[in-house]
Structures are given as structure tokens and as C-alpha cells.
Design a protein around this ligand. Structure first.
Ligand SMILES: [Zn+2]
Length: 167
């Protein structure tokens, strides 16, 4: 009798290791509890390496352009993480005291220009379109596996990234 191959190896997985991410959008907004601010980073896998996820026939390249999210907080006790992210994306040094990040209205409205406030989405231009090298780990979340960024490293274009890069 013929058999149906139900090998879904790799489905629902995320590639783990060091990969390049591009930031499509960095939204400056209030957190869910409305007691602080975050930068909602909307990134995607870029330049995925050759080869398959270990133990599967799922190529790393099939994750190209898949989204990865992170929401670094601007609260003082999380600043160290934000500092690392900013440094990895820009290659510049940020001091935790006096760390300055400019944001703007995503549609450049007059109201924002005049008053510094508006109802549109606010974005952080210096992060948008930039790449970074990130250590990705899978994390279970409500029955799904999400890609979580453990570390960010400045992307000087020379890093041999991929699943085997050492930490
Ligand atoms: Zn606006």
C-alpha cells in the first residue's frame, strides 16, 4: 500500500544560530501596560546561509525574509539591553546616561513638526533599513515557536555568520 509521507520535520521551527537581520521598522510606542515605552523592532532574516536545519530537510534559505520581533524597553533597568541593540545597529557607542534616540512621525505630519506630538505611528529612523548580526534562539510561546534574539552584534559585513558561529 502506498504511504503518505508526513515528514513535517522543521515545521514550526526557527533557525538557531547567528544570522543577519534587517530592521524594516522601529516603532517607538508605549508598552502594553502603558507604564513605559518600548521600541518595537520589526526585522527579517537576510542572506540566509546554505544548508539545512540540523536533523531536517528544511533549508535555512526557506526562512529568508521571515519576521523576527523584539521589544526593547526604555525603562532604566532595561537600558543596558537597549544600549547593546543601538550599538549593534549603528556601530556607535551609546552612554547609558544621556542616551539619545530621535524619533519622528512615520508620515511626517505637520502637527508632529509643530508640536512634537501626533496620533500617527512614531518611528526611529536610525534603526530602519539597518542590518545586524543576531544570535537567534527558538522560544515556545502559546504553542508556537518564536524566534528570539539573544544577542546583537555589529554587522561589519565580514562576519562568517551561520548556525556554527561561536558565541
Ligand atoms: Zn504624525
Amino acid at each position: 500500500m502506498p504511504e503518505i509521507d508526513l515528514d513535517f520535520g522543521g515545521v514550526g521551527q526557527v533557525p538557531e544560530g547567528w544570522f543577519r537581520l534587517t530592521c524594516d521598522k522601529a516603532v517607538y510606542k508605549q508598552n502594553k501596560n502603558k507604564d513605559g515605552w518600548i521600541i518595537n523592532l520589526q526585522m527579517h532574516f537576510t542572506d540566509m546561509p546554505e544548508g539545512n536545519l540540523p536533523g531536517t530537510e528544511m533549508p535555512y534559505e526557506s526562512f529568508e525574509n521571515n519576521m523576527v520581533y523584539d521589544n526593547p524597553s526604555l525603562k532604566p533597568n532595561s537600558r543596558w539591553k537597549l544600549k547593546r541593540i543601538l550599538e549593534a545597529f549603528t556601530g556607535e557607542n551609546f552612554e547609558e546616561d544621556g542616551m539619545k534616540v530621535s524619533y519622528t512621525c512615520s508620515v511626517d505630519c505637520d502637527e508632529f513638526e509643530d508640536t512634537g506630538k501626533c496620533q500617527h505611528e512614531w518611528v526611529v529612523p536610525m534603526l530602519q533599513g539597518e542590518t545586524v548580526v543576531a544570535l537567534i534562539k527558538g522560544e515556545d510561546y502559546e504553542g508556537r515557536t518564536l524566534a528570539r534574539v539573544e544577542k546583537y552584534v555589529y554587522d561589519d559585513g565580514a562576519i562568517e555568520f551561520g548556525p556554527n558561529m561561536t558565541e
